[in-house]
Design a protein around this ligand. Sequence first.
Ligand SMILES: Nc1nc2c(c(=O)[nH]1)N[C@H]1C(S)=C(S)[C@@H](COP(=O)(O)O)O[C@H]1N2
Ligand SMILES: [Mo]
Length: 254
Amino acid sequence: MSDTLTRRSILGGVAAAGTLLGGCGRIDGTTPAPQLLDLADGFSRHVQRLLLSGRPLVRELPTAQISPSFPITGTSMPPGEAYQRLLANTFGSWSLRVDGLVDRPISLTLAQLKALPARTQVTLHQCDEGWSAVAQWTGVQLSRVLELSGLKKNARYCVFHCLDIAPLDGNYYYESLDLLDAMHPQTILAYGMNDQPLPVEHGAPLRLRVELQIGYKNAKYVDRIEVVDSLQPIGKGRGGWWEDFDHAIWYAGQ
Ligand SMILES: Nc1nc2c(c(=O)[nH]1)N[C@H]1C(S)=C(S)[C@@H](COP(=O)(O)O)O[C@H]1N2
Ligand SMILES: [Mo]
């Protein structure tokens, strides 16, 4: 077998295994057998590394291209007293919980998140309602937070639970990512926008920036990350508020 063929067949195998293990498969119930995941666990980390090394980075733009104004879509002020109380003491009593299929459930205050190594990126946000805008986002890579909690071997998705109830149906906003998008270096939990603390209308105190995905995947007002092996028990089981409400597509990325 020639060199090229060998490499190609190896990569093909890796891609197939990665689809299985990385959680980027369909959410229509074709979950691989648990034994298979167990068996594969020994090399899944290496498979993920290989796959991630081939993933694109989105273009990061010069600060001169930051939009003078950035539209607000969906919630601009979460309804209810609980959020007002958080706001009243500038989120001093707020914390981010990380639980579910993790080795150690953790809870991080805003100060603790800010003490972790930060990443700043200027990117283009695209909303499927037909607008786009550029902003600079500062936060901590989601992968670093997941490193602190650890991931159990059956972890497949991160679910981002938000503080806002959508007026259209009375349900809390939520979103989810597979582990490939979760571990991507440009996927951050942002607490800063354009060198300022993240404004309320853009998701204070913490929002997801998942630069490989479209607008609605970028959950605002995140206060809990739940690591799961299936999205079916959450909400209507389609993986996010827009997906549940309007059959928006779950994988809306590149
Ligand atoms: N919690 C929450 N996150 C959300 C939304 C929302 O209504 N609530 N709207 C989504 C949509 S459709 C888009 S385009 C972006 C808009 O972010 P922005 O309001 O900061 O522009 O946030 C997304 N995340
Ligand atoms: Mo959007």
